[in-house]
Design a protein around this ligand. Structure first.
Ligand code: HEM
Length: 441
């Protein structure tokens, strides 16, 4: 592509070779904001020994996520992080192949499917919360990690609690640890090797059960993927089902854990909102019906605000196949580009007082997120937009309902600690809180 008078692309600096990798890992929020304030919407950094073009702000989100013309690929951008442990997932597919797999998978996320998961999710949450410790400081992140894994083994695989479920959970935790390991060598005792071994066991678990799931009447996600067919009669191979199941667990777990943790944090920091949400939830019948998830407008606003302030996925990378123009800059082909919700979620021209917790900005009479349809992007957008978005929203709201009915909570520290944004947003100290039983329990 030849363009006359293109603007230069500023380089954001950093150490030789490493560039700004350490800055990014230390605090991705500061990293993006510093370069956005200094250089604007387009800049070039060096991260993990590679040049990365930062495209920041809602227009950049729109350009990359809408992907008109198909210039931006997801697979080559995500493979460095995901390929070894989570091959074959939707984010590692592009074009026609991605469309086919996504269409096949869509049934497992239809309204009817989500409704059928609701009952299992509700029962799993009820069981798990009954044992949560009260009156003492506990890191909420650990509690919720376990809770969402319990829910996943039951809703995703239909696996009742017990030894098998515990092994699955451990294998999965090992894989996630391995996926963020800096030393990626398959040597005994290294986290990476543990993760690869965990993957092997999970592959065996799923592969052995695909035939039975194909023939079953089960309503879990695994059965739905195993039985998925499209209008042309196409279905997933056994290997596809296995790979998608493992990828879905990964895509669902830390993101939902992060969101719930952020919700609990903001509600501990804003007790008036905690009381308002408790009132809202107590006015609904328990157990909460699937239909009543739509009758929690305040919980919905708080969840959206938590996702705005603490977007779980800090960077959405893409690979630009051909050179392209953006805002007068020419970005070369065969390059890595990155967009980030951390900038568009805090821009003053979109959000009023963006550093303030203000859930009502999402109320219909304000709808600040509508000021640009790519300003609020915790779930991404375009063809790779999170397929589990409604699943996640339902799960977070259902778990909020359980938490609010059973417990009141406060921070166990004078103030909540900062968050680590990488790889998925989480509080540095695990968010110690003190739970107390409400009069409902
Ligand atoms: C609050 C929770 C969640 C957040 C914030 C979240 C965020 C995201 C984001 C930002 C993307 C797009 C990545 C990109 O464009 O590069 C994505 C994609 C995806 N998510 Fe989620 N996610 C969440 C929960 C879930 C759940 C519960 C599931 C499954 C049960 C799931 C499955 C997926 C899959 C399969 C993709 C890839 C879609 C595709 O490439 O077509 N996510 N998610």
């Amino acid at each position: 592509m030849a363009l006359a008078n293109t603007l230069p692309i500023p380089f954001t600096g950093g150490l030789p070779l490493m560039g700004q990798t350490l800055d990014y890992q230390r605090n991705a929020f500061d990293f993006y904001w510093r370069i956005f304030e200094r250089h604007g919407e387009v800049s070039r950094s060096s991260l993990l020994f590679r040049p990365v073009y930062n495209l920041l702000g809602p227009d950049a989100n729109e350009k990359v996520l809408l992907n008109q013309g198909g210039n931006f690929s997801s697979q080559p951008a995500w493979e460095q992080v995901l390929q070894a442990l989570f091959p074959g997932g939707l984010m590692l597919r592009d074009g026609a192949e991605h469309r086919t797999h996504r269409r096949l998978m869509q049934g497992a996320f239809s309204h009817d499917s989500l409704q059928s998961y609701h009952v299992a999710m509700d029962a799993a949450a009820d069981r798990a919360l009954a044992h949560w410790p009260v009156g003492q400081s506990v890191p909420f992140l650990d509690l919720v990690k376990d809770l969402t894994l319990d829910v996943a083994t039951q809703v995703f695989m239909g696996e009742a609690q017990g030894a098998v479920a515990n092994e699955l959970k451990q294998d999965f935790v090992d894989m996630v640890q391995a996926s963020i390991a800096i030393v990626r060598l398959n040597l005994p005792y290294l986290p990476y090797a543990k993760g690869l071994a965990g993957r092997k066991r999970l592959v065996r678990y799923f592969a052995q059960r695909v035939p039975a799931k194909r023939a079953s009447q089960d309503g879990d996600l695994f059965a739905r993927l195993a039985q998925a067919t499209d209008e042309t009669g196409q279905d997933f191979s056994d290997e596809d089902v296995v790979n998608h199941m493992i990828f879905l667990m990964m895509a669902a777990h830390d993101t939902t854990t992060s969101t719930l943790t952020s919700v609990v944090r903001v509600l501990a920091e804003h007790p008036t909102w905690q009381s308002r949400l408790r009132e809202e939830t107590l006015a609904l019948p328990a157990p909460l019906s699937f239909a009543d998830l739509a009758n929690m407008p305040l919980a919905d606003q708080v969840m959206r605000e938590a996702l705005r302030m603490y977007a779980p996925v800090p960077t959405l990378p893409r690979f630009a196949k051909e050179a392209f123009e953006f805002k007068g800059h020419l970005i070369p082909g065969q390059s890595l580009v990155a967009i980030s919700p951390l900038v568009s979620h805090y821009q003053r021209d979109i959000w009023s007082d963006p550093f303030q917790f203000d859930p009502e900005r999402f109320a219909p009479h304000r709808a600040e997120d509508r000021r640009h349809r790519f300003a609020w992007i915790p779930f991404g957008g375009g063809v790779h937009k999170c397929i589990g978005m409604h699943f996640a929203e339902n799960q977070v709201k259902l778990l909020m309902h359980h938490l609010l009915r059973r417990f009141e909570w406060q921070l166990a520290t004078p103030a909540a600690a900062d968050v680590n944004w990488i790889p998925i947003c989480h509080p540095k100290d695990g968010l110690p809180v003190i739970l107390r039983k409400t009069s409902q329990t």
